[in-house]
Design a protein around this ligand. Sequence first.
Ligand SMILES: NC(=O)c1ccc[n+]([C@@H]2O[C@H](COP(=O)([O-])OP(=O)(O)OC[C@H]3O[C@@H](n4cnc5c(N)ncnc54)[C@H](O)[C@@H]3O)[C@@H](O)[C@H]2O)c1
Length: 322
Amino acid sequence: MTEVQHKGRVAIVGTGLVGSGWAIVFARAGYPVALYDAVPGAAGRALALIGERLIDLQKAGLTGDPAPIQARIMVASSLTEALANAIYVQESVFERVDVKTELMREIDAVVGKDTLIGSSSSGIGASHFTEHVACRARCLVAHPVNPPYLAPIVELVPAPWTAPETVQAVRRLMEDVGQSPVEMTREAEGFILNRLQGVLLMEAWRLVEQGLATAEDIDKTVSQGLGLRWAFMGPFETIDLNAPGGIADYATRLGGLYQRIAASTSEHRVWDAELIAKVEAQRREHLAAADLPSRGAWRDRRLMALARHVQQQDAADLRADE
Ligand SMILES: NC(=O)c1ccc[n+]([C@@H]2O[C@H](COP(=O)([O-])OP(=O)(O)OC[C@H]3O[C@@H](n4cnc5c(N)ncnc54)[C@H](O)[C@@H]3O)[C@@H](O)[C@H]2O)c1
């Protein structure tokens, strides 16, 4: 029941930032895509933006001709039309339990008996909004990073009632469209990515709060230090390579340092208004609020160049292995 039919239709429900990014992922891989949004006109606007993004991707050497990719994407006028014959639904509506719960009720009423449903939820487990629906064994969280067509990771998180075959089938689908799935064995708020990011952010706020460093220098420490390696290896591989005897040697040499830091910072921190205002003021000195969108576009261009570089390096590694 849970095998996804090759190149069948994918329905994107909610066509904001993330939904429109997902449309590019599936259409680029040859899947027909139907867009549906509750706000009239929103899916049409998303399709126009997708066209612009595809041109950017072509310029960056990451996709071919945008026309056939865009031609695979249609705008549906109702949820029923979007879900007709869909093999997979990528729910990408607001991060609110009430909105996702009500939408799941609507999806349940019209979804096909074999269709799988992934939610883009950033941190809310599927158990919070799928308990009441008949299709719940075919539901899970498939959490992307924005924009999903440039950042391939997708976190697959089952609810207690998600069938194991659902996870396996969505994993295969994600691999088929070029994403890089990771799995959690059970729900934990924030999943893997935002739990990791949360720890780093908590310490970043703390360093500013205690007057130990500026927001600018903390950002620089990541962009010009830690983050350089993170584009191609994670924290465990990093420390495995940072001691002559590997990860166990690293733990022996530096474990005490990290234990002392953890012991000195274990109290819960509040991101209070005063602290937020302090960091906001430091950020606005470097980037005016009006310049946020253009800086976001700059980030996406840098991400495209990085994605191209990673593709080329992966291909070179493959050739070297042959
Ligand atoms: N923005 C990010 O960086 C990011 C990254 C990963 C995951 N997510 C998650 O993806 C989801 C979508 O986030 P976003 O940033 O794209 O939000 P967004 O506000 O840009 O888009 C949400 C869209 O959903 C539509 N919508 C709301 N209720 C609907 C309904 N009942 N039926 C159909 N459409 C409906 C809205 O009209 C809107 O167009 C959230 O769960 C979010 O947490 C966001």
